[in-house]
Design a protein around this ligand. Structure first.
Ligand SMILES: [Zn+2]
Ligand SMILES: [Zn+2]
Ligand SMILES: [Zn+2]
Length: 141
């Protein structure tokens, strides 16, 4: 199943409508090789679909909540999840030079065991990143 079909399924299951803007954001993220900001995403959406940055942010909020996209920090932006609906810890390796990101699953990374028990939070989730130089950039230099 493609990323877009899978994502539309997750949206429907969570009772979200399949709107033009949601479809458009998914299709931009489907093709992206590096994390994109909301502004980058808006620029890539065809002019025939009128959508402003506020709407893009709203769409991204929903997609992030459903784990269809992740937000990354080494390169500030949003990236599609390669393991939609899969349990376990979703990790990213991100190239500091070109920003290319690679997602990998860690099963259960064990971080929950070392989080202090008295932390005043519930339903903690986490995304972890490691940063370095990808093989492609390494060959170039
Ligand atoms: Zn993921
Ligand atoms: Zn690179
Ligand atoms: Zn974990």
């Amino acid at each position: 199943m493609t990323f877009i079909d899978q994502s539309l399924g997750i949206l429907k299951e969570a009772d979200y409508k399949i709107t033009g803007p949601r479809r458009a954001v998914l299709s931009v993220l489907d093709k992206a090789k590096t994390p994109l900001s909301a502004y980058d995403i808006q620029e890539h959406i065809p002019a025939s679909i009128p959508i402003n940055v506020v709407t893009v942010y709203r769409v991204l909020d929903v997609l992030e909540k459903l784990n269809i996209v992740h937000r990354t920090h080494t390169k500030e932006g949003y990236v599609r999840c390669d393991f939609e609906g899969r349990n376990g810890c979703h990790y990213f390796a991100i190239c500091k030079k070109c920003g290319k990101s690679y997602e990998f699953l860690m099963g259960n990374c064990g971080i929950k065991k070392i989080i202090p028990r008295n932390l005043p939070f519930k339903n903690l989730e986490h995304i972890s990143e490691i940063a370095g130089i990808c093989d492609y950039c390494n060959l170039e230099s």
